[in-house]
Design a protein around this ligand. Structure first.
Ligand code: BT5
Length: 325
């Protein structure tokens, strides 16, 4: 079926006899493949004598449509696991990595996530099918172990840049939130897959709020969607492909020059660096100003006594003192 999709990806109509010849199939076998594609949700249009044509379906995350739009070298070009519903795309991808050969750049995507994970055992809500974009990307970062958590920053930079491509002005709240107007529109959760040689893969999970019109009461003061911000629907597939393109560039920079390669863009969008923040960890809460980051992505906060304190993402929440950001 993949070979057939690859041929149809050009968007040109193909005659059935030509397809049979190119793919070395009988007409009956070809028709079975077409019927499977239609069942999976692909739209195939009959253009009379010119043949059959694959017609794009807006907002669809079907792998064949994604492949047509990708502009990347590697990201999104591995295997694409897609289902209308998954528990967690991160968990799905992690299980696939253990069970089968998954190349870097593979993805897990769904329309509705029923057990989306946040950091620190928190829940990521993606209830309404087709309005959000829960995505997980398989990475094999060429980074020393102590810099692996910078992948989270790269994902935040890439997600923000993809959103900016739609004319919005997102900010990055250290370390892993993309926000607009003080409300969160993307959450990022990177998880590692290790073996006895160390980190084998990083699964970069990014949950985009795309076309939601409202959020449950508990989230309404701190969540927003791209549609709520720009007033119109955004195609999730186009957004995904922009994100993958920016993510590939961000990872290239991170791998070649470390944090220095990402810092200008990260700082320009940061709503934490240079801003007043409140740090909440298991034992205390303090306020100060986000000052800088070190080369593993830890945040330095100058507290109100003038002491520079190093904050690691794993064990704290950082809030702006004016509202959520
Ligand atoms: C995160 O955690 O922000 C990471 C979220 C990562 C989600 C993606 S979706 C694809 C992939 N598969 C997964 O299973 N996960 C990843 P954290 O910083 O802990 O924020 C979680 C908190 O954000 C929750 O406790 C809520 O307060 C809030 N929240 C939950 N759902 C939200 C939403 N849709 N929009 C905005 N905020 C939300």
């Amino acid at each position: 079926m993949d070979d057939l999709l690859n041929l149809l990806a050009s968007g040109e109509p193909y005659r059935e006899d030509k397809l049979c010849e190119r793919l070395n199939l009988t007409l009956a076998q070809l028709q079975v493949q077409f019927s499977s594609l239609r069942k999976a949700g692909y739209r195939i249009h009959c253009e009379g004598i010119a043949g059959l044509r694959l017609v794009p379906v807006e907002n669809s995350l079907l792998p064949g449509y994604i492949r047509i739009e990708l502009q990347t070298r590697c990201f999104g070009r591995g295997k694409i696991l897609y289902a209308s519903e998954m528990g967690s795309t991160n968990t799905e991808l992690k299980q696939a990595v253990v069970m089968q050969d998954m190349p870097e750049g593979s993805l897990a995507l769904c329309d509705r996530q029923t057990a989306g994970k946040g950091r620190l055992q928190r829940v990521w809500e993606t209830p309404e099918a087709g309005t959000a974009l829960p995505s997980s990307l398989l990475l094999a970062p060429k980074l020393p172990p102590e810099q692996i958590q910078l992948v989270t920053l790269a994902a935040a930079v890439a997600a923000a840049a993809a959103i900016a491509d739609f004319g919005l002005t997102p900010g990055i709240k250290w370390p892993n939130d993309v926000v607009i107007g003080g409300r969160k529109c993307v959450g990022i959760l990177c998880e590692m897959v290790t073996d006895r040689n160390g980190v084998r893969f990083v699964i970069a999970g990014a949950g985009f709020n795309v076309n939601q019109c409202a959020f449950p009461d508990a989230l309404s003061h701190k969540a927003t969607s791209l549609k709520m911000e720009c007033g119109h629907e955004i195609d999730r597939r186009t957004l995904l492909c922009r994100y993958l393109w920016h993510m590939e560039r961000a990872m290239d920079r991170l791998e070649s020059t470390g944090l220095a390669g990402l810092l200008p863009e990260y700082s320009a969008r940061s709503v934490t660096l240079g801003h007043r923040v409140q740090v909440i960890n298991a034992t205390e809460t303090f306020e100060g100003v986000g000052e800088s980051m070190d080369n593993v992505g830890a945040l330095f906060v100058r507290d109100d006594q003038g002491v520079l304190r190093r904050v690691l993402s794993a064990d704290v929440s950082v809030r702006g003192v004016m509202g959520y950001v």
